[in-house]
Write a protein that binds this ligand. Structure first.
Ligand SMILES: *[C@@H]1O[C@H](CO)[C@@H](O)[C@H](O)[C@H]1NC(C)=O
Ligand SMILES: *[C@@H]1O[C@H](CO)[C@@H](O)[C@H](O)[C@H]1NC(C)=O
Ligand SMILES: *[C@@H]1O[C@H](CO)[C@@H](O)[C@H](O)[C@H]1NC(C)=O
Ligand SMILES: *[C@@H]1O[C@H](CO)[C@@H](O)[C@H](O)[C@H]1NC(C)=O
Ligand SMILES: *[C@@H]1O[C@H](CO)[C@@H](O)[C@H](O)[C@H]1NC(C)=O
Length: 597
């Protein structure tokens, strides 16, 4: 990406370097202490100055601390749940399973979107550079935050950021997003409007044919000089989509997780996507609560509160429990905090993610009888994991217990932990179910453990309709919160597919793919085996038969990298194809604007 930027900023950079060198020299000769900051360290004050909407933490910490203390204390003192250690299922399964499965290191491929900002922050204005007062503008520095690359290119750090405020309104989103996405200075840009035709009668699994091409009217946009770019207008495309999920509440669902303080805090944004304001509850065992002050616990509780999540934070029932044991023992806490209307207890991993709404999960569970013992979940898609761990509800897909079974196991949980043979939370749960009830695993096919590594595009482009996602920030990396905004807009249309023209397939919320040999050459009924070990046959029983993965010259993909709701309710999605920087290719962006009316 850099080469295209170099020409523009070569001059600027030289001027800046000259300035810095003279400046530094000047100071050196004036006996400035050796610790005088180098030019690079100027980055720091500017980062610090970035707008951070922080709460006045000191104030609330004091008050919330007491609350937390109250919450934690009765739990530990509660004689009904005598301090029996329980075993976690695979609560932090991505850590545990990573260890146990013979798997390779996970290469980090595309760091640019690894840390999806909180929902709000995608709407926030990025730090805006000060308007340059004079010709050589005081450079606003790229917020790299990543020292690993700091020395790689001094040009990079000296680049000013593009300023959305000087762009036409309908380019502001692109320009704002370009900063985090680190797009090339100029991009090849296509904008299309979509007029959704909502209906309860849409066959969501059919790949409808749209005769016109999707990617047409591409123009080059200079993100630093966007004033007079003319975007060709074209008629909105009409697409048939399902109705959005109705607003519902889910007081009958309670979820349990066990993870450490930092991971829990980091998960609040993705939790809030699916649970905020729904009436469903989370009980979280903070596995390292012992090392946290009541002020810190209060702060964490506060972060859940302001995210609209009804969360109860608890300490491990037994300090010597492992995370895995905690992931199962949380069932005891869930039972304590459940209510008469609780029908289903879901034990989750901290990266289990429900796209859009809990409605599809709730509907699927409603087809089962919650008044009898029921143990519900999904196997791993990888048969080698099934061979290793057995026939059970794998933790990342969630293990769901009906209320009577949950009650039974909660009273037996400490015995189950003490007598456990397996070490994973989900194996302890499985054995506890089988030794204390006649319930057998009921598989919900749309729950997913997602034991896949690296390139998941074949899976996401196969027309799946997942109740949940998992492993999206470890085994593979995709910005699921941004992707799943589609599900907020039109429900099951998330990952719905359409063919456009002769060579394009659009998978809503994930990608736009164009095929060199045309769509006719692609069997859209089969999943493309893009992920690791796809040829191993271990995935055939779950997602097979698979077709071979395409080479880069046969298939071009634009991946969803940013999405936000505009104030008028329109959903804007940016699909990005990263250009090959070594040959000076520009990045390509397709912006789809789903009109809301
Ligand atoms: C806590 O767990 C450890 C390890 O499982 C066990 O040895 C110990 O007895 C437990 N303590 C209590 C109070 O149950
Ligand atoms: C779309 O076109 C393809 C090939 O022409 C055809 O096989 C398919 O049935 C069509 N899909 C629909 C939903 O009509
Ligand atoms: C918790 O997360 C928030 C938002 O992501 C962040 O601002 C804050 O620094 C985090 N707190 C801790 C203690 O990590
Ligand atoms: C959280 O759940 C509890 C128990 O059902 C309920 O009493 C409380 O009102 C809920 N809090 C919020 C903020 O919804
Ligand atoms: C970029 O182009 C170079 C030169 O053609 C090629 O060797 C390289 O494989 C390309 N990289 C990618 C990621 O396509």
């Amino acid at each position: 990406m850099f080469p295209s930027k170099v020409s523009r900023f070569l001059v600027l950079t030289s001027v800046a370097l000259l300035f810095i060198v003279s400046y530094t020299t000047l100071y050196l000769y004036h006996s400035v202490p050796p610790s005088y900051p180098t030019a690079d360290s100027q980055v720091v004050p500017i980062q610090d100055a970035a707008p951070i909407s922080e709460e006045p933490q000191v104030d609330y910490v004091a008050t919330v601390a007491e609350t937390t203390h109250e919450i934690l204390t009765p739990d530990l003192a509660n004689p009904t749940s005598s301090p029996i250690p329980t075993v976690p299922d695979e609560g932090s399964s991505q850590e545990q399973s990573d260890k146990e499965l013979p798997t390779q290191e996970l290469p980090v491929q595309e760091p640019s979107f690894q840390e999806p900002p909180a929902e709000e922050s995608s709407v926030q204005e990025p730090p805006i550079q000060q308007p340059p007062a004079q010709q050589p503008p005081p450079p606003a520095y790229l917020d790299t935050g990543n020292d690993a690359n700091a020395g790689a290119s001094s040009q990079e750090e000296l680049l000013p950021l593009p300023d959305p405020e000087v762009c036409p309104d309908d380019l502001k989103f692109l320009v704002r997003a370009s900063i985090d996405l680190e797009l090339t200075e100029r991009v090849r840009y296509t904008r299309r409007y979509i007029r959704p035709d909502f209906s309860g009668a849409v066959n969501r699994d059919e790949v409808a044919n749209i005769t016109e091409p999707l990617i047409q009217g591409e123009v080059e946009v200079d993100l630093y000089d966007c004033g007079d770019v003319v975007i060709p207008s074209s008629a909105p495309i009409k697409l048939h989509v399902p109705n959005p999920h109705p607003d519902s509440t889910f007081e009958h669902l309670i979820f349990g997780i066990a993870t450490d303080y930092d991971r829990l805090n980091d998960s609040i944004s993705s939790f809030s996507h699916w649970i905020s304001g729904t009436g469903a509850k989370i009980v979280a065992v903070v596995t390292d609560a012992k090392g946290k002050s009541s002020g810190q616990m209060g702060e964490l509780q506060h972060n859940f509160d302001i995210a609209g999540i009804n969360a109860t934070l608890v300490k491990p029932i037994n300090e010597s429990f492992t995370t895995s044991q905690n992931h199962f023992s949380v069932l005891i806490n869930m039972f304590d905090f459940s209510s008469p209307e609780t029908k289903w207890y879901g034990l989750l991993d901290d990266d289990t993610f429900f796209p859009g709404s809990l409605k599809p999960l709730s509907d699927s569970l409603a087809a089962l009888d919650h008044s009898v013992d029921a143990y519900v979940g999904a196997l791993s898609e990888d048969f080698s994991a099934v061979r290793n761990f057995g026939f059970m509800a794998f933790g990342g897909a969630g293990a769901f217990l009906s209320a009577p079974l949950a009650r039974k196991l909660a009273t037996q949980a400490l015995n189950c932990i003490n007598g456990a043979i397996g070490h994973e939370g989900d194996t302890i749960l499985r054995d506890c179910v089988y030794t204390n009830s006649k319930a057998k695993l009921t598989i919900l096919p749309d729950l997913h453990q997602q034991d896949f590594r690296n390139d998941m595009s074949g899976w996401f482009e196969a027309g799946v309709r997942p109740l949940n996602l998992h492993h999206w920030k470890s085994w593979y990396k995709e910005p699921v919160e941004k992707m799943a905004k589609a599900a907020k807009f039109c429900g099951d249309c998330f990952l719905q597919r359409w063919r456009f023209g002769t060579d394009t397939v659009f998978s809503n919320g994930f990608s736009i793919a164009t095929y060199r040999d045309g769509v006719e050459s692609v069997n859209l009924q089969l999943m493309e085996g893009t992920f690791d070990k796809a040829e191993s046959r271990d995935y055939d029983f779950s997602v097979g038969p698979l077709r071979d993965a395409y080479d880069a010259d046969q298939k071009k993909s634009y991946k969803l990298r940013e999405a936000e709701f505009a104030e008028n309710g329109d959903l804007r999605q940016l699909y990005v194809r990263v250009g090959n920087s070594s040959v000076g290719e520009l990045d390509q962006v397709v912006e789809l604007i789903w009109q809301n009316h």
